[in-house]
Write a new protein. Structure first.
Length: 363
């Protein structure tokens, strides 16, 4: 609306300016031109009144037409520049050369188009950033797809290999050996199930098919169950997790299934992506409005670029050699927490460990 008012004011003021010059030409140039021409042609004004009137009207009309032509040419040049800019954006070209800005002179449009120029520049930068982010996400997705394919093939190869060994009639396996093979097959099958569940949850989020059902429950009891479940998993059993929470329990309304998955993802991530011996401390506190969960470890920590993208889908950190998993775990945890209208923040330093702070509304 402000640009519209500015255009109207500019057009009216330009028209008045042009009209003023035309009147000035009529007052100064018309008498001189008409009289000089009639005298040069030796014509009498009374006998050639029509010619005299035409000569008298010539200077203001020509002045009016010429000034309008200059105005239209410069205005058209500016408008063409912006139309071409928009066309370049449509084609995906975000490197638009700036137009020469004449700061002085008749019909300078610097102020008139200043706001539009600023908005177009902001739009161009936004589209440029979006395109860069899209390319980064696409590149991340390709690497992720290759990683997930590898992650699914690895346990599948274990299952195929050990099952083939069990079915082979060439060897006589002892009961202990059979139990060991079956345990490996079972663990790898569970790992594949976890990967597939992550993928399923990611697609459910995209289709907005995840529903939250809150019930009054004990958060401390939930955390104790999560830690106990982790101890039963061979790849997580080495984790040292300390729980610091009120002994009496902490009851509030939350979705037990979703919050359990979110906290499990965060704790398992802290165990898997840190060396053995890393201590993970879980502190739970509350006030009148919020429940606060802090998950802190003294492990390897994260680089600054990893901190910025840790909750991005398909992203895998670069500070450890652990590559298993879909890269969706922390993204899923964040989304489940946000479904509770809560938020999660992370801070970390290389060699100092990582801290996740989860805030959940208790009302």
């Amino acid at each position: 609306m402000r640009i519209y008012r500015r255009f109207m004011f500019h057009y009216i003021s330009s028209f008045v300016f042009i009209f003023f010059f035309s009147i000035l030409a009529m007052l100064i140039l018309s008498p001189v031109v008409s009289s000089f021409t009639m005298h040069a042609l030796h014509l009498d004004v009374s006998d050639h009144q029509l010619l005299y009137m035409l000569l008298f009207a010539g200077p203001p009309v020509i002045t009016f037409l010429l000034t309008n032509l200059v105005y239209a040419r410069r205005m058209g040049k500016r408008l063409y520049y912006f139309f071409d800019w928009i066309d370049q954006l449509v084609k995906g070209n975000y490197e638009v050369k700036p137009i020469e800005k004449s700061k002085t002179g008749m019909f300078s449009f610097l102020r008139l188009f200043q706001e539009l120029d600023g908005q177009m520049s902001e739009l161009t930068n936004t589209l440029k950033r979006s395109e860069q982010e899209r390319k980064e996400l696409e590149d991340m997705r390709r690497h992720w797809t290759a990683g997930v394919t590898h992650d699914l093939k690895t346990p599948l190869s274990y299952i195929q290999g050990y099952s083939a060994m069990l079915l082979s009639e060439k060897y006589e396996w002892s009961r202990e050996e059979r139990q060991a093979f079956l345990k490996i097959i079972h663990d790898k099958a569970l790992h594949m199930k976890e990967l597939i569940n992550d993928l399923n949850i990611a697609y459910q989020f995209e289709d907005e098919r995840i529903q939250i059902v809150k019930q009054n429950d004990d958060l401390i009891f939930l955390l104790k169950n999560i830690i106990a479940d982790m101890k039963k998993e061979p790849r997580l059993a080495h984790g040292k997790i300390k729980l610091k929470a009120p002994e009496a329990g902490l009851y509030f309304h939350f979705d037990k299934k979703l919050l359990k998955r979110a906290l499990f993802n965060l704790l398992s991530n802290a165990v898997l992506h840190n060396p053995k011996g890393t201590i993970v401390t879980v502190k739970v506190s509350s006030d009148a409005d919020d429940v606060i969960i802090k998950i802190q470890d003294n492990g390897v920590g994260l680089a600054e670029k990893d901190v910025k993208q840790i909750f991005s889908r398909y992203y895998r950190g670069t500070t450890t050699d652990v590559t298993e998993g879909t890269g969706l775990g922390l993204s899923i945890a964040k989304q489940f927490i946000e479904l509770h209208h809560g938020n999660i923040a992370v801070s970390s330093k290389l060699g100092k460990g990582t801290l996740f702070v989860i805030t959940l509304p208790c009302k």
